[in-house]
Write a protein that binds this ligand. Sequence first.
Ligand code: SF4
Length: 581
Amino acid sequence: MEKLLTHWEVKKEDIKFALIYPNLYYLGMSNLGFQSIYYELNRRSDTYCDRLFLNDSAQLNEKSFIANFAHNSSVTHHSSLLSSFETQRDLKEFDILGFSISFENDYFNIPKILNLAKIPPKASLRAENYPLVIAGGISISYNPEPLADFVDAFVIGEAEINIHNLLSTYKVWTENHLPKQALLKELAQLDGIYVPSFYDIEYNSDGTVKYIRTKGQGGKKDEAPAKIKASVIENIDDIETSSKILTGNTEFANTYLIEIARGCGRQCRFCVADYARRPPRYRSLQNTIQLAKQAQGHTNRIGLLGAAVSDHPQIDEIAQNLVKLKFRLSCSSLRVETVRPPLLDALAESGQNTITIAPEVATERLQKVINKPVEISQLHYVFEEALKRNISNIKLYFMIGVPSETQTDIEAIVEMVSGLRSIMLPYAKKHKRMGKLACAISPFVPKPHTPFQWSQMEDAKEKLNFLKHHLNQLGSVQMSSTSARLANMEGVLARGDRRLGPVIYDVAINGLTWNKALRKHGIDGNFYTQRERMFNEVLPWSHIDLGVNEEYLQSEYAKSRKAILTSPCQIGVCKKCGACR
Ligand code: SF4
């Protein structure tokens, strides 16, 4: 059952908007960005926004892709397949279909959903009477190109503000009864909106991109800008990124989530949460507490979200205030350098028994390569302090296949985990209960707009097997991992171009396996994953401007090769990367 924290009247249905999460209800409703856009749309007086999710059988599965939609056991008011969650409308009845996409491996579900709704998946084949199809989300912001065949307009960057500009433009267009092309022209002029059909891509004989040009180039410059600038929200106090619906069927069951930081500023060279969300911004203490008060009477659980929650300059005050208000507190991943006793006290008082830390790698040299220094003594100190407070479980995130990684670096992961396990033992003896040490291992996937965007990706299969074998030998250690095969697919889609459109189509609509579809279209997946790019190569996302200039990314890539650290962002002082003006 869902509990709505904010109420809006379903009244003027001038614009009917279906917000689609192309995966399970559980994942969609765990995504605060999804909830935030749902709220932004419904608080408009001229728009009604409904939701749509996949059901359990529709998870990524190349072979079957059986798609029955939107039913979920917690959903009480849902009726038929492929109809919306709240009002049970067919997707064709909506004016706008908006896909919220966070992960590359969900791309296949976009044409699949459209096809099942009897809407032509290819944008070029959709007649005037079909809904406008838009898409946004973090992976769309850094490289929308693989989905260019299916989407009319992409929302690039932070959507909470430019979605309103898009809706206002849409409304004027409907009042003027103009053709769809006129709407697309207007949308293309908006900040953070990318209309892919207005761009031509030409390729060199070696398969690299020759150029990306607007169709109007050389003629009238009325169709689209040469570069699409991502929208950035200056002050996150201006937007309510907090839960609007509580449900037990999410990762953070019945927890009221608040985004207290956007971006990060630590400058980890692999991280899109940092590079695609610059500059780093923090929600104020006052605003955080104000939002938390909206949860009173509905739940006593508060979850603080951000790329590095403990980096918030007022995290201790936030934690202490929330505990005073009788909330039980939980946090996403912590940075060991900034975890202090008041935050651990608040977590312990809230009954938390797990802390999450992402060392990513385990040797000092590799920490410098990725620019994420984590002092082992600090990691031990934080864990020990947590154990003293009866927080007996730790969850660790690691990446493997990072540029220049050697077998010694992989073995060091086992040593690091083993060291933490030794710290646990005396506490386990004392309490007669061993805590859990969970290790989540992901093959490294280089992402656009980060310094590693030029880097080769490694096939991580053997290293994964090595870790599985050795970590499982340590008692009380649970290892989970993303498979090398799925990581490889993600790697192709993350840095892919428009030529992947037909591949996605064949997997989604014709049931081909990923490898068969690649072969059918003469595409070698290794071209996208296993190849080191030259700095002068035109990258498929070169026309997308996320605020960080290319020279900065190049200098960071050069520093990674020499294992040189870069210090964290100094907001108000530094103008190095171009994101702060
Ligand atoms: S300009 Fe400097 S402070 Fe601002 S985001 Fe870039 S590196 Fe960080």
